[in-house]
Design a protein around this ligand. Structure first.
Ligand SMILES: Cc1ncc(COP(=O)(O)O)c(C=O)c1O
Length: 315
């Protein structure tokens, strides 16, 4: 039986409606042991608890949904983008659920875990040299330029449907903190999480402080994070939105993974741990407030990092 054909006959939009409740609506985790300051709360959204497994499920779903609504993405077209990690995996889940084809350019140095997951979803993979997503972006741009009618080019770095997806993230934060949030911080990759969540929180209350987080060195190992001074800046980024910036070291993030598992009970990814390091720095500086960040994903796709940390911090 050809399941994809049946699915497409029943209509892409109908199918979108049936899976939309699986995206977003993530729980918020209250940090207890790692902060001991009366009057200051720290929370993190558990973003792996959704279809597609990470914070990137939100933009991937919204980009695809809006493209279908506009008629830019039809069943004849192939979704095309550059991604080495979570966006690609989120596209893969959603494309499979909708019976759509997906072509991704990923750096050849992407981890075997990622390549294996994408292959399981039957994604058409092309590899770019090295480990820079910028190179992958050039390759997909060229493919699209040569054959625009064949593809829907999702272009997560320039697509407003990326950051706009995070208006919902902000709505959830407002609801889950009883509108008490005073500070929001997160990393900058495509910058969609920070831009969208930040814009909506500022609309709600211009006094909410938005702190963007960056790695403290250009050669960092924080998956999904950009060091803005040395990397290309996504066109969806507005440098006037942030009230401040914190720099986070990879060593601090790795140590946080060990501490968080031991004292709070969750095994989080390097990116999530680095976001938490940033949130705790903000919490240290203030006497009263509610600091919120996101746990982008859990440690499931980072077994080599977990092995390294376990051998160093659990001897
Ligand atoms: C693990 C991880 N952390 C952070 C980010 C950055 O999120 P954004 O692209 O919304 O800036 C990403 C993006 O892919 C990611 O995969």
């Amino acid at each position: 039986m050809n399941y994809s054909a049946t699915l497409l006959e029943s209509g892409l939009l109908k199918r979108i409606e049936t899976i939309k409740h699986l995206v977003g609506n993530t729980p918020i985790f209250p940090i207890k042991s790692l902060i001991n300051k009366k009057g200051v709360q720290v929370y993190a959204k558990m973003e792996w608890r959704q279809f597609g497994g990470s914070v990137k499920s939100r933009p991937a779903f919204n980009i695809i949904k809006q493209a279908i609504i506009r008629g830019d993405l039809t069943k004849e077209k192939t979704i095309l983008d550059a991604s080495s990690g979570n966006t690609g995996i989120a596209y893969a889940h959603i494309a499979a659920a909708l019976g759509l084809k997906l072509k991704l350019c990923i750096p050849e140095q992407a981890t075997e875990e990622r390549k294996r997951i994408l292959k399981m979803f039957d994604v058409d993979l092309i590899y770019s040299e090295g480990n820079r997503t910028g190179v992958s972006q050039q390759i997909v741009k060229e493919l699209y330029r040569k054959n625009p009618e064949k593809y829907f080019y999702a272009d997560q770095y320039s697509n407003d449907d990326n950051w706009y997806a995070h208006y919902l993230t902000a709505e959830e934060i407002l609801r889950q903190t009883n509108q008490q949030v005073t500070h929001f911080c997160s990393s900058l990759g495509t910058t969609g999480t920070f831009m969208g969540t930040g814009r909506r929180l500022k609309e709600f209350d211009p006094n909410v402080q938005l702190i963007s987080l960056q790695p403290d060195s250009p050669d960092h190992k924080l998956e999904g994070w950009k060091h803005l001074a040395t990397q290309s800046i996504p066109s969806i980024y507005d440098d006037k939105l942030a009230d401040g910036t914190e720099f986070v070291s990879c060593d601090d993030a790795y140590k946080m993974i060990a501490d968080f598992a031991k004292y709070e009970g969750l095994l989080i990814s390097p990116s999530s741990a680095a976001n938490l390091v940033g949130a705790l720095k903000i919490a240290e500086r203030i006497d009263h407030g509610c600091v919120v960040t996101v746990f982008t994903d859990n440690a499931a796709k980072y077994s080599s990092v977990v092995d390294e940390i376990a051998s160093k911090h659990r001897t």
